[in-house]
Design a protein around this ligand. Structure first.
Ligand code: G
Ligand code: G
Ligand code: MN
Ligand code: NA
Length: 253
C-alpha cells in the first residue's frame, strides 16, 4: 500500500522516466522508430520494473494518470528531437497502452497530446497487447477504429501469446504485429515454425511485422530471410534515455 502512495507521488512529480529503444528497418538495418518504455527509479528500493508497477497502477486506479504521462512525455520528446535533429529524428514513437486505457477516452487523449506538442498523428504508434484486445473484443474494436480514424498507427504487442482467432484479427483495423520475443528466442534452438507462420500471415493480411527481442545477428539474419519488416532487440540497440537517443540517432540515422 505504501508503494501505491509512492507510485501516485512519482506520477504526480514526474519521477517516472521513459527510455527509448530503437526499431530498425530489416532491409538496411537503419533505425526508423523507437518504443517508449516506462522506468521507475525508486529513491530507496532502486529500479522497479514496469512488470511490477504497471499492474500495481492498474489495480489501484493510477493507470489513467500513468498512461497520460507516458503519452504526453513521448510526444514532448518527439517534438524536442525534431527541434534538435530535424529530419534525422525518429519518424515514429511506439507507446504501450494498458487494457484499462482502451476505452472511449483514449482517442481524445491521444489527439490532445499530439496537439499539445504540434505533432502529426502518424508520428505515434499505439501498442496494445493481444490479451488486452481479447478482454472485450467488441469495445476494443471500436476504440481501435477511432484511433485509426485519427491517423495513428496501431500495433498488436506480444503477438502469438494470446488466443485471438485469426478470423477476429482479420477485422481489426491494425497496421502491425509485434512477434513476441519468445518466438525469436526459439530461432536459436532451430525452431522457426511460429515466427515464420506469424510473419507469413501478416504479409498476407498486408500488415507489417516487428520482431522483438532480437539478441543475436543470427536471429536478425533469419528474421530477414523470413520477411520480418522491422527488428528490435538488444543486439541492435538497448533502451536509452531521450538525451542519449538524440546523439545516437544523429550518428546512426
Ligand atoms: O521495458 P521492459 O522490458 O522492462 O517492459 C516490461 C513490460 O512493461 C513490457 O511488457 C512493456 O510492454 C511494459 N511497459 C513498459 N512501459 C510501459 C508503459 O509505459 N505502459 C504500459 N502499459 N506498459 C509498459
Ligand atoms: O512487451 P513489450 O514488447 O512491450 O516489452 C518490451 C520490453 O522488452 C522492454 O522492456 C525491453 O526492455 C525488453 N527488451 C527489448 N529488447 C530485448 C531483447 O533483445 N531481449 C529481451 N529479453 N528483452 C528485450
Ligand atoms: Mn511493447
Ligand atoms: Na512484446
Amino acid at each position: 500500500l505504501r508503494m501505491v502512495t509512492e507510485l501516485r507521488d512519482a506520477i504526480d512529480n514526474r519521477e517516472l522516466t521513459l527510455l527509448y529503444q530503437p526499431i530498425f528497418s530489416t532491409a538496411d538495418r537503419t533505425p526508423v522508430a523507437v518504443e517508449s518504455l516506462a522506468r521507475w527509479q525508486h529513491p530507496e528500493r532502486g529500479p522497479i520494473s514496469p512488470t511490477v508497477f504497471v499492474p500495481l497502477a492498474e489495480e489501484s486506479g493510477l493507470i489513467a494518470g500513468l498512461g497520460l504521462f507516458v503519452l504526453d512525455e513521448t510526444c514532448r520528446q518527439l517534438a524536442e528531437w525534431d527541434r534538435l535533429m530535424g529530419a534525422a529524428a525518429p519518424r515514429r514513437a511506439n507507446v504501450n497502452v494498458s487494457a484499462l486505457q482502451l476505452d472511449g477516452n483514449l482517442p481524445a487523449q491521444v489527439v490532445a497530446a499530439l496537439q499539445r506538442h504540434g505533432l502529426q498523428a502518424s508520428r505515434i504508434s499505439i501498442e496494445i497487447t493481444e490479451s488486452a484486445l481479447m478482454k472485450d473484443p467488441q469495445s476494443a474494436q471500436q476504440v481501435l477504429q477511432q484511433l485509426r480514424d485519427i491517423g495513428v498507427d496501431l500495433a498488436i504487442d506480444d503477438f502469438g501469446t494470446g488466443y485471438s482467432s485469426l478470423a477476429y484479427l482479420r477485422h481489426l483495423p491494425v497496421d502491425c504485429l509485434k512477434v513476441d520475443r519468445s518466438f525469436v528466442a526459439e530461432l536459436s534452438d532451430g525452431h522457426s515454425e511460429i515466427a515464420s507462420a506469424v510473419i507469413a500471415m501478416a504479409r498476407n493480411l498486408n500488415l507489417s511485422t516487428v520482431a522483438e527481442g532480437v539478441e543475436t545477428t543470427e536471429q536478425a539474419d533469419e528474421l530477414q530471410r523470413l520477411g520480418a519488416t522491422y527488428l528490435q532487440g538488444f543486439s541492435l540497440a538497448e533502451p536509452m534515455t531521450g538525451g542519449h537517443a538524440a546523439a545516437w540517432f544523429a550518428t546512426h540515422g
